[in-house]
Design a binder for this molecule. Structure first.
Ligand code: S3P
Length: 450
């Protein structure tokens, strides 16, 4: 459904209060990593709460193609019989990662230091995204790659037969790049070091430690320095995947802009490398509270309660917070449209190389809906109209990007006239239950060709 088939136009109509409990699916980043590290462990890893969205299912298929036994037992319960570090066999066919940049980049890292040859491809969105950011550091291990112009997929990687350890400073704030290098370092004798100037999501580091790898993290003058000792025996784990804060963002923001709403979103991981949106919403004056704050599996977790917030104000979002909310800017720009004043988002160049150019996609749709947006290479500003004053009433392009589609569906809940996206099918890559979950809260979403 993620742009591989017939487009599904989808409309969101202005609706009454959203009320109830929103049980959002498992965390996408953690789900990918559970399958990949499970495949590299010796023995059986048990995963519960796995996100069964298309991105993650593509990674599950890939792990099977490399020789792991991956089984679904229903309702998010999965097992992975791993083949051990360096145990991947050469897939018989092309690895298709669909829409998933995380999937392809992490898997490239994982196979890069095993002497096998693998060809990767994806959908039109993924095949337009830059892979050089991953293949450049992998070349330092001795991995060869050849792809299309500009380092695009389809691309073939030849894993290094005799890999050497690498010390690498990531040139862009990217957890995918960091993770690819660390996963490659697993099958390399000696220590692989990654330095990141800005902290990005740290699920790979946490999970590698959980699987028994020797990994240390230090804050230094140069940034966060991560040192991994290669060739560990990874031990299978029982993993409970927390619910995804990036998916929680949609019902939370919908409740904040829709009059009379009161929505509880339970069990959301509040890892500081992921929770930037919620701090930003609070600074804008949103009625968003953390209930039952606790720790689960080493991660802070809380139930989020979001209520309609009539007096939102635009703010300058601190650029230092960008990495911790990088996937949430599309829906934040929707909330900003209903605030008074300007929301200024700086230091967000990475938004231009996501599943789509997210600044461009949102700016075009917001402008069509009557909102003023200014933009530069690495910044954008949304001038809010205030509650009840955003016209809407247009059809906008989702450009094969799930978060663009969901952001505009949230917007249509509070605009004066409905919002339509030309294709809602990409939503199933990360949030397959979006329509029913939002519908149960009171949203009015319809498929136009149903
Ligand atoms: C992810 C990292 C981020 C994020 C993506 C998931 C991950 O990408 O946008 O949705 O799981 O590592 P970058 O590493 O390119 O910032």
């Amino acid at each position: 459904m993620s742009g591989h088939g017939t487009p599904i136009p989808m409309t969101s109509r202005p609706c009454g209060p959203l009320k109830g409990v929103a049980n959002v699916p498992g965390d996408k980043s953690i789900s990918h990593r559970s399958l990949i590290l499970g495949a590299m462990a010796i023995g059986e890893t048990h995963i519960s709460g796995l996100l069964e969205g298309e991105d993650v299912l593509d990674t599950a298929k890939a792990m099977q193609a490399f020789g792991a036994t991956v089984k679904s037992h229903g309702s998010g319960e999965w097992t992975v019989q791993g083949v051990g570090v360096g145990g991947f066999s050469e897939p018989e066919n092309v690895i298709d990662c669909g829409n998933s940049g995380t999937g392809v980049r992490l898997i490239m890292g994982t196979m890069a230091t095993t002497p096998i040859t693998v060809t990767f491809t994806g959908d039109a969105s993924l095949n337009s995204r830059p892979m050089g950011r991953v293949t450049d550091p992998l070349a330092l291990f001795g991995t060869q790659s050849v792809g299309r112009a500009g380092g695009r997929l389809p691309m073939t990687l030849v894993g290094a037969a005799d890999p050497v350890p690498v010390a690498y400073t990531t040139p862009v704030p990217s957890a995918q790049v960091k993770s690819a290098v660390l996963l490659a370092g697993l099958n390399v004798p000696g220590q692989t070091v990654v330095i990141e100037k800005e902290a990005t999501r740290d699920h790979t580091e946490r999970m590698l430690a959980g699987f028994g790898a020797e990994i240390t993290v230090e804050d230094t003058a140069d940034g966060r320095r991560i040192t991994l000792t290669g060739q560990p025996e990874l031990k299978p784990q029982n993993i409970v995947v927390p619910r995804d804060p990036s998916s929680a963002a949609f019902p939370v923001c919908a409740a904040i802009i829709t009059p009379g709403s009161d929505v509880l979103v339970p069990n959301i991981g509040l890892n500081p490398t992921r929770a930037g949106l919620f701090a930003t919403l609070q600074e804008m004056g949103a009625d968003l509270t953390y209930e039952n704050l606790r720790e689960e599996g080493g991660e802070p977790v809380a139930d989020l309660r979001a209520k309609f917030s009539p007096d939102l104000k635009g703010i300058a979002v601190p650029p230092a917070r960008a990495a911790s909310m990088i996937d949430e800017y599309p829906v934040l720009s929707v909330v900003a449209s209903f605030a008074q004043g300007v929301t200024d988002m700086q230091g967000v160049k990475e938004l231009r190389v996501k599943e789509s150019d997210r600044i461009d996609a949102m700016a075009k749709g917001l402008r069509a809906a009557g909102v003023t947006v200014d933009e530069g290479d690495d910044w954008w500003k949304v001038t809010g109209l205030g509650h009840g004053k955003v016209p809407g009433g247009v059809t906008v392009a989702s450009v094969l990007d799930h978060r663009i589609a969901m952001a505009f569906m949230v917007m249509g809940m509070a605009t004066q006239k409905p919002m339509t996206v030309d294709d809602g099918s990409p939503i199933s890559t990360s949030f397959p239950i979006f329509e029913t979950l939002m519908g149960d809260l009171g949203a009015q979403l319809v498929r136009n060709n149903a």
